[in-house]
Design a protein around this ligand. Structure first.
Ligand code: GLN
Length: 225
């Protein structure tokens, strides 16, 4: 049994749970023994303690870190990511929290969880009204397959990009998994990345009907347990 938590303090946690459910059903098809995945909402340190892996949803990263601090979750989350090194995936605001540094807000800095040795630029594409959906090539989804996967419909909502690498803390290096735009353009616009147990996307796969990234991540989580 693998227990996957979704941080449920604010933002798109219900949407992540729905797609994880579909990914979990898919994972079990044709497998013997079947993989059993338990999905759970995380609002307290006790709920986090039973998780083998965690998703941090999008929302508003300053709100998320404030509520996490008030809930006594900030330190347990840092331990989960950096000491226990359990698999975590952050989308949008969740990604921001998983970066070691974030561009300052008008009111100054914000508490982060960290784990990715990068600096993230918040609200890179502008305000809510400048939200957009863009097909993005995600070559990591085709890993081990001969046929290339179709592009992913990436939903960007006040999305961040990673635009600076920091000195690496340990043996795990930052892997750039996707940039936007995919061909050429600004080389710094990293929109999907991984460093060891920490995976991040600056867009929102949970707001699409496309289960591929959830299935890809969950398969690795199940494989490492
Ligand atoms: N811009 C938001 C932040 O800084 C993130 C937006 C999102 O998660 N869709 O927290």
């Amino acid at each position: 049994m693998v227990t996957v938590g979704v941080l449920a303090l604010q933002g798109g946690f219900a949407e992540h749970l729905a797609l994880l459910r579909r990914a979990a059903d898919r994972l079990s098809v044709g497998r013997t023994p079947s993989v059993s995945v338990s999905l759970t909402e995380v609002r307290t340190p006790e709920q986090l303690a039973v998780c083998d892996a965690l998703v941090l949803p999008g929302g508003e990263s300053t709100t998320l870190s404030l509520v996490a601090a008030q809930s006594g979750l900030l330190e347990p989350l840092r331990e989960f990511v950096k000491v226990s090194k359990k698999p975590v995936w952050g989308t949008c605001a969740g990604l921001i929290l998983l970066c070691e540094q974030a561009s300052a807000t008008k009111r100054g800095g914000q508490e982060l969880i960290g784990g990715l040795d990068v600096k993230v630029h918040r609200n890179h594409f502008g305000r809510q009204l400048q939200s957009f959906v863009q097909d993005v090539d995600l070559p990591f989804l085709s890993h081990g397959e001969t046929e290339r996967q179709a592009p992913f419909p990436a939903v960007f909502i006040r999305a961040p990009v990673v635009d600076q690498m920091l000195d690496s803390r340990g043996e795990q290096v930052v892997e750039v998994l996707a940039r936007y735009p995919s061909n050429g353009g600004d080389e710094d616009n990293i929109v999907a990345l991984r460093q060891g147990n920490v995976f991040g996307t600056s867009f929102h796969p949970e707001l699409t009907d496309d289960v591929r990234i959830h299935a890809w991540w969950l398969a690795q989580v199940a494989g490492s347990n």
